[in-house]
Design a protein around this ligand. Sequence first.
Ligand SMILES: C[S@@+](CC[C@H](N)C(=O)[O-])C[C@H]1O[C@@H](n2cnc3c(N)ncnc32)[C@H](O)[C@@H]1O
Length: 419
Amino acid sequence: MAQQADEGWVVAMAARLEDREALAAFAGDGGGSWGELQAAGRACPVLTREFWTARQRQAANLHEVSYRACYKPQLPRLFIERLTAPGERVYDPFAGRGTTAVEAALLGRRVASNDINPLSALLAAPRLAPPEPEAVAARLAAIPAAAPAGDGVDLAMFYHPDTEAEIRALRAWLLARAAGGAEDGLDRWIRMVATNRLTGHSPGFFSVYTLPPNQAASAAKQRLINQKRDQTPPYRNTRELILKKTLQLLKGLTGEQRANLERAAGSARFLTGDARRTPGLEDASVALTVTSPPFLDVVQYAADNWLRCWFNGLDSAAVAAGITMARKLPAWSAVMAGVLAELHRVTRPGGHVAFEVGEIQGGTLRLEEAVLPLGLAAGFEALGVLVNQQAFTKTAHIWGVGNNEAGTNSNRIVLFRRP
Ligand SMILES: C[S@@+](CC[C@H](N)C(=O)[O-])C[C@H]1O[C@@H](n2cnc3c(N)ncnc32)[C@H](O)[C@@H]1O
């Protein structure tokens, strides 16, 4: 189902495209390669098709950690497999839950990951060192059950008093271990899983029914939800739920994947900061970046993160203040210009950047058209725009951008190369 997008920059690029069949061949599994396309001098093609389907290629369960506006592992995998060799470094400056890093590590690549939100590293890094479930069970059993005195934060609308006491005890213990320098891989794993189990809409979560796990309701909103549903928080056994989720995350992990993760963990970089300034990464050290920046003002990261921040002893207001929330395109573009300049610095010659943007404002604003000139100005050449058009089904797990009116979802990825 190859079709061309039809506006602005995209039109200009498509016009330069002579042999559409060669592109269709690339888009299919059988033929073509980036090298061949480049060699044929076809700059900036637009490929529109379903590059992957949910069923086509199963992703590792290890990815199943929810985060607002995350993408599917198939997206980074498409580029990692085609554009890097094992051992090369793959980077994501807007890492979120760490989809790029985890997928790259599973595939035997070295990884670097950055996000201004400190929750990102807390969620991503532990999955490069998955523990044995028995060790998790033993650690959970050893954590003292006594809850510390309340801290003034009212959580009664989310949790049964006994569940809340367990959560507070776990929180206090994890924070004390970290503060005392005693935190180890098991603590980090438990912290990651517990952060993900805090709230959600099924009995697999610690809370009474609430919004999906990546969007914490405010206390006031939760009271309303409880009223409307005539519900009071039931008891949930937090240790059992942490163990259950641990088993789910580890299910199907192969020996080869474990070995790849372990190797990647040894050299992984997890940075917490603004994507425009990453002194923790050397010049020309990255073979491939796969990333998805914050889109204009569509996601309220601060409001969505308050409970996760509380659990991890983070100030959600301070976290929110750093997150790019540009409401207008010029402000967004100014930030992305800085990001692309920094990516040019860290990308090795011949390395690539796959920059995923969504269709926003009902498809009227195509951010790839804004990103292309910024990448060129930063010194990249633009190889093409890939539009992953996915037929919408109810069970399809979406990409954080809403379903558009045509009943499809699209990811729009600008692919750059550093000459
Ligand atoms: C669309 S999400 C990325 C999701 C990610 N692809 C995943 O699969 O989880 C955008 C991320 O950018 C982060 N962010 C926003 N402004 C930033 C900035 N100036 N520098 C670094 N990260 C930033 C947000 O915290 C958020 O995690």
